[in-house]
Design a protein around this ligand. Structure first.
Ligand SMILES: *[C@@H]1O[C@H](CO)[C@@H](O)[C@H](O)[C@H]1NC(C)=O
Ligand SMILES: *[C@@H]1O[C@H](CO)[C@@H](O)[C@H](O)[C@H]1NC(C)=O
Length: 395
C-alpha cells in the first residue's frame, strides 16, 4: 500500500518521461512511449496504445515523499491530513431547470461560497441555443431545489455566450468577482453578492486568445477559467480540452490587470486524462489541484495533485481510476445511482476570499451529474447539480 502510493508520487515527477496509468503510450502522439511503474503499454492499433495496470519495474531513481504527503500524526493540521483514499456519499439530483419558460435543458458548472449563513451558487444554464449563467441561494441543501433562479443575463453580465463561473471575494478591493468564459477569460464584479442585478458588464483578462493556447488547442475548446491568489500573486488557470492546463500570473496589487502570457502548467498526451474543470485550493501550507478526466468508461471523474506552490510542480495524489479523487466507484448512492458522471463542480470552501481555502475534513463537493441513459446533442443534455459528502474523514 505504502509502496504503491509512493510509486504514484514518483509518477508525476516523470510525467514528461513516462505516461501515467490509462495514459496514451503509443500511436498518434508526440508524448512518452513508456508507462509509469505499475502499468504496461498495451497496443490497441497503430494509432493508440494505452498504459494499463501491469507489472513494469518502473524508474529506478527515487525521490523521498515530502511533507506534501504527510504521514498521519497524533495532531493533524487544522485542515486535516491529506487522505490516501476517499469515499463519498451523494444526494439525489438537487438543482435542475425550472418550468419557467426559459426552456433550459441543463444546469452545469456550479461555483459555490458559503457567506453570511447562506450558500450562494452560480452555474451555467445550457440549452441548444447556447449558454448563460444563473444565480441562486439557500441556507440548507434540502431546500436547494426550491431556490429561486436569478438569470444573470438580467444583470450587467448580459446575454450571449457566458459559462463556467467561479465566484470569490477579492478582499484587497472589497469586491466579489465572478470569473467565467465568454470566448475569452472574462470577469464581472459586484460589491454585494446578495444583489444579483449588481454584476458589471464582462471585461477580459487577456486581449485575445493567447498564442500558446492557439498553438496547442488542436480541435479542443478554451474553457474553465479559475483564479486563486497567494499573498504575492494571483494566478489564472484554464484548460483546452486537449490535454493542457495553462497558468498566468499577476502581482496581487495589479489584479485583475497585468496577467502574463500563460505557460503550460501540466500536459498529457491523452487529452481525456487532463480534460477540463480545473480547481486549485489552498489547504494547510500547500495546494490541491483537481482536474476532470474522461474515463475508460467514457464517464467523467476527478483526479487530484498537490504542490507547495500554486505554480506547481504538481505531484500525483488521487489520480487513478482505481483510487480516484471522485468517481462513480468511490461515491455511494441511495439505491440506484442517478448519475455515473461526477463532473465539473467545486469543493465548499472554509472561507470565501481569493485564497480559496479548504479543509480536508468532511469535504463536500457540489457537482454536475447526468442520467446515464441520456444522450443526444451535447448542449441539450439534462445535467443536474448534486452534492457529495466525504464519508471516510479522519477528522
Ligand atoms: C438570494 O437571491 C435573491 C435573488 O433570487 C436575492 O434577491 C437575495 O438578496 C439573495 N439573498 C441573499 C441572502 O443573498
Ligand atoms: C433512500 O431512499 C429511500 C427510498 O426512496 C428513502 O425512503 C430514504 O429516506 C432514503 N435515504 C436517505 C438517507 O436519503
Amino acid at each position: 500500500m505504502k509502496r504503491s502510493a509512493f510509486l504514484v508520487l514518483i509518477s508525476s515527477a516523470f510525467a514528461l518521461a513516462q505516461s501515467p496509468l490509462w495514459g496514451q503510450c503509443g500511436g498518434n502522439i508526440r508524448g512518452p512511449k513508456t508507462c509509469v511503474a505499475g502499468a504496461v503499454c498495451k497496443f490497441y492499433n497503430p494509432w493508440y496504445s494505452q498504459c494499463i495496470p501491469g507489472n513494469n519495474p518502473g524508474p529506478t531513481t527515487t525521490q523521498q515523499p515530502t511533507s506534501q504527503n504527510p504521514q498521519p500524526t497524533s495532531t493533524p493540521p487544522p485542515g486535516g491530513d491529506l487522505p490516501s483514499s476517499l469515499k463519498w456519499s451523494s444526494t439525489e439530483a438537487l438543482i435542475g431547470p425550472k418550468n419557467d419558460g426559459r426552456n433550459i435543458d441543463g444546469i452545469k458548472d456550479p461555483s459555490i461560497v458559503y457567506y453570511n449563513g447562506v450558500y450562494h451558487v452560480f452555474a451555467s444554464t445550457a440549452q441548444s441555443a447556447g449558454y448563460n449563467l444563473v444565480y441562486l441561494n439557500f441556507t440548507d441543501f434540502n431546500d436547494a431545489g426550491k431556490a429561486d433562479f436569478f438569470y444573470l443575463d438580467q444583470s450587467g453580465i448580459g446575454t450571449g455566450y457566458r459559462a463556467a463561473p467561479q465566484v470569490f471575494y477579492f478582499a484587497p478591493q472589497k469586491l466579489w468577482y465572478l470569473v467565467y468564459q465568454n470566448g475569452n477569460a472574462a470577469y464581472s464584479t459586484n460589491p454585494d453578492i446578495s444583489d444579483p442585478k449588481g454584476w458589471t458588464a464582462p471585461k477580459t483578462f487577456y486581449t485575445d486568445m493567447p498564442d500558446i493556447i492557439r498553438d496547442n488547442i488542436g480541435d479542443g475548446y478554451w474553457v474553465d477559467m479559475w483564479v486563486i491568489c497567494d499573498d504575492a500573486k494571483c494566478h489564472l488557470f484554464s484548460s483546452d480540452d486537449n490535454g493542457h492546463l495553462y497558468r498566468s500570473e499577476t502581482p496581487i496589487s495589479d489584479y485583475p490587470e497585468g496577467f502574463t502570457q500563460p505557460v503550460i502548467d501540466m500536459e498529457d498526451a491523452n487529452r481525456y486524462a487532463l480534460f477540463e474543470a480545473a480547481n486549485v485550493y489552498r489547504v494547510n501550507d500547500y495546494y490541491l489541484l483537481l482536474i476532470e478526466a474522461i474515463g475508460t468508461d467514457s464517464r467523467r471523474w476527478f483526479r487530484s495533485w498537490t504542490s507547495n506552490s500554486i505554480a506547481g510542480p504538481w505531484k500525483a495524489h488521487l489520480d487513478t481510476e482505481s483510487n480516484p479523487f471522485a468517481r462513480a466507484n468511490n461515491v455511494a448512492f441511495n439505491g440506484t445511482a442517478w448519475t455515473k458522471d461526477i463532473s465539473h463542480g467545486e469543493l465548499i470552501r472554509t472561507g470565501y476570499d481569493q485564497t480559496l481555502e479548504i479543509s480536508l475534513c468532511n469535504m463536500r463537493y457540489i457537482y454536475q451529474g447526468l442520467d446515464p441513459e441520456a444522450g443526444g446533442e451535447y448542449n441539450a443534455l439534462p445535467w443536474r447539480l448534486a452534492l457529495i459528502t466525504q464519508t471516510n474523514s479522519s477528522c
